[in-house]
Design a protein around this ligand. Sequence first.
Ligand code: DHB
Length: 314
Amino acid sequence: MMNETFTIAGVTFRNRVLVASGTFGYGDEVPELVDADKLGGIVTKSLSMKPRDGNPAPRIAETASGMLNSIGLANIGVQKFIDEKIPKLSSFASTVIANIAASSVEEYCAVLEALDPFKVVAGFEINVSCPNVKEGGLSFGTDKVKVALITRELRRRTKKPLIIKLTPNVTHISEFALAAESEGADAVSVINTLIGMAIDIRTRKTRISTITGGLSGPAIKPIAIAKVYEVYRAVQIPIIGIGGITSWEDAVEFLLAGASAVQIGTYNFVDPSAGVKVAEGIKLFCEKQSIGNVGELVGAMEAQRSLSVIESWL
Ligand code: DHB
């Protein structure tokens, strides 16, 4: 039997394919569209303490092989999540990770403490890298001291897996991964969206109300792979690779670069069952290659280190 599972801090995921925060709602809206139980896990939309309306429209724009978004952390708030979503999530076979976004260290802690008692919340992914809000967001994620501080404070408050989602909008992402690891993070998610911008040449207006937005989709995949590789060489904790995955082949690329698991994000808007298909594709690939455990692929790219021109800073 092929072993598709993997474990973060004692929590087992049935396979290595999760759906990314913000692309699958709170996990309860898609049951007719996709058999979510076949996913490794579901990461729910970022939760803040109070409900948020998010940014004004337009907040999504399509670009070449990508998507710009500036949702502004629209969400129902932690109390409504507890009252209305947690009861529905309890019947899920796949692992549920709650993503948290906040504008202060205190708010991160309060949201985590509110969710921690619920068994169905298996772990936390901490969004320190939303590019679309004035307070918190990127101002945390681009400051190593703040990433370390948030990780430390949250670590004291939960025994569940603590995953820090890192932004690529920095010079050396591995330094941020090290900061999270040194304060007790169990894993890092690599990468969040890249800051991008697009202008409608006829109206001369930006295509996103907040002028810039977060770029995702296949356009960012090679960047994401390079960031996963950089982080893999720097830390011991598992990496969850994210960025433009549309197929199982893309996912295997991330695994070879050093990701222990992957998340499917933007492509869920094209095909909500993409995650299930990617997981099945990885399984078949491993069976054909006589690989008994998908984990054998993690970091297993052929070493060509001497050829790397970025060796000096990796
Ligand atoms: C939002 C957008 C992102 O790209 C992200 O990583 C997190 C949050 C948002 O605007 O809600």
